[in-house]
Design a binder for this molecule. Structure first.
Ligand code: SER
Length: 252
């Protein structure tokens, strides 16, 4: 399966416009690199530029996380899942749909298009987000829904900018393959792999730390192409997948 194409086509079938990946150096003085799929759409979330028609988009965005707020540099080489450069699949709603549809779309894609087994999936919500918890309960047993605090379940693009509580989907790669003390839900190990983050964009943070509500509650999601590709190919390290092995073999 071509995962990029399957993702973009799935969201196009739900009315989203497919947008090409934007440059890695954004037109944004607060960021050195594009660090997430939502970066090119920042000014639409904040209401600085008018909502496009349709107000829902999907993309596969190249990202760099080697500095600033989202810096994965120190994890590279220590985990099987971190990169400084990667591709993020995302769907975005600028005040059109919110938590209910974002959750339903993600669940449909993961279980019906990727066909990942439900007994391997877990989700997390922000500890205060009873609404997201209740929406997830329509899809998955409540024992598989975890609540975490700001550190894990509140996302913001940088020190300033759009932000909000988030909900993540995890895939259990199996205790038979990963059994370090960090291999528990919420731990730093590779066993429970976060594959998709759904951000419920509700605020804009200003430089004094203040949160101002966005003009309309919005959605920003990000699914890691390298992680999902490794899972779909039955590999336990991103580096063993077909995204990396041709490059590694060529260098070897
Ligand atoms: N912006 C969020 C993230 O990077 C979801 O796309 O995780």
């Amino acid at each position: 399966m071509d995962i990029r194409e399957a993702y973009l086509n799935f969201f196009a079938s739900k009315g989203h416009e497919i947008i090409p990946s934007a440059p890695l150096v954004p037109n944004d003085a607060t960021l050195l690199f594009t660090n997430a799929g939502m970066v090119p759409f920042k000014s639409i979330f904040t209401g600085e530029v008018p909502r496009p028609t349709p107000p829902i988009r999907t993309s596969c965005q190249t990202c760099i996380r080697a500095g600033g707020k989202h810096n994965d540099l120190d994890n590279v080489g220590y985990t099987a899942r971190h990169h400084t450069f990667f591709e993020m699949l995302g769907n975005f709603s600028f005040g059109e749909y919110f938590k209910k549809d974002a959750i339903a779309y993600a669940w449909e894609f993961v279980t019906q298009v990727l066909k990942l087994p439900k007994d391997r999936l877990y989700v997390t919500v922000h500890e205060s987000d009873d609404e997201a918890f209740a929406l997830w309960e329509q899809h998955i047993a409540k024992e598989r829904i975890y609540r975490f605090g700001d550190h894990d379940n509140f996302w913001q693009m940088g020190d300033t900018g759009p932000c909000g509580p988030c909900s993540e989907i995890f895939y259990d790669q199996g205790g038979e393959h990963f059994n370090t003390p960090e291999d528990y839900m919420g731990g730093d190990g590779d066993r429970f792999l976060e594959i998709w983050n759904l951000v419920f964009m509700q605020y804009e943070r200003s430089s004094d730390g203040k949160l101002t509500p966005l003009p309309k509650p919005s959605i920003d999601t990000g699914m890691g192409l390298e992680r999902v590709t490794a899972i779909m190919e039955g590999k336990f390290s991103n580096y063993d997948s077909s995204l990396f092995m041709p490059l590694i073999n060529e260098v070897a």
